[in-house]
Write a protein that binds this ligand. Structure first.
Ligand code: HEC
Length: 158
């Protein structure tokens, strides 16, 4: 019980601090799928974004993309294009749109929507194959999206 109330307290403090955060359903996309406004108002941490991009349970971007800057992380997939130079190809707003919901940029893409909780055709409870019992949470938090955007923005052609 003690642990539960501590967790609750942490959540309450957390949500007060995150009051300025844009909720997944409130994200504003332009007609090309870009998102101009930061989801949190706090600058992204590129180093943390690199960790998220290479971590299976988080962004897991390398499951589908090669990223030379993460060459020490094994097993880069080839479903999507290499992200080398993506910081030259896309603006920050375009990257934020891609990370939030890539389907707004590429209609019908396989790339997952990392910051989305509504509008799935058949939402599942993680990998259990059952319908969800609680409200869905996005794959990445708003700040994790900003961190990944900051990291991808550093990937320039040499
Ligand atoms: C399930 C596979 C998959 C995952 C996981 C995935 N992507 Fe993608 N991504 C794609 C595909 C496929 C495309 C090509 C767009 C299309 O569908 O035509 C793409 C396109 C992109 C592009 C634009 C391509 C370019 O010019 O560089 C960027 C940037 C990108 N992804 C970043 C990411 C990041 C960052 C992550 C992790 C947070 C991620 N992707 C996770 C499949 C994936």
């Amino acid at each position: 019980m003690k642990r539960l109330s501590l967790t609750l307290a942490a959540c309450l403090i957390g949500s007060a601090a995150l009051a300025a955060e844009v909720a997944p359903k409130d994200v504003q996309f332009d007609e090309y799928g870009a998102v101009a406004t930061s989801l949190t108002g706090t600058a992204g941490d590129a180093a943390n974004g690199a960790v998220i991009a290479g971590t299976k349970s988080q962004g897991n971007c390398i499951a589908c993309h090669q990223i030379t800057a993460l060459a020490e992380v094994p097993f880069h997939g080839e479903i999507g294009p290499s992200l080398d130079g993506a910081g030259d190809r896309w603006s920050e707003a375009e990257l934020r749109g891609l990370m939030t919901n890539a389907k707004m940029t590429f209609d019908g893409t396989m790339m997952p929507a990392f910051y989305k909780v509504e509008g799935f055709i058949r939402p599942g409870d993680a990998y259990t194959g059952k319908a969800p019992t609680e409200a869905l949470t996005p794959i990445l938090s708003a700040q994790q999206i900003e961190d990944v955007v900051a990291f991808i923005a550093t990937l320039k052609e040499e």
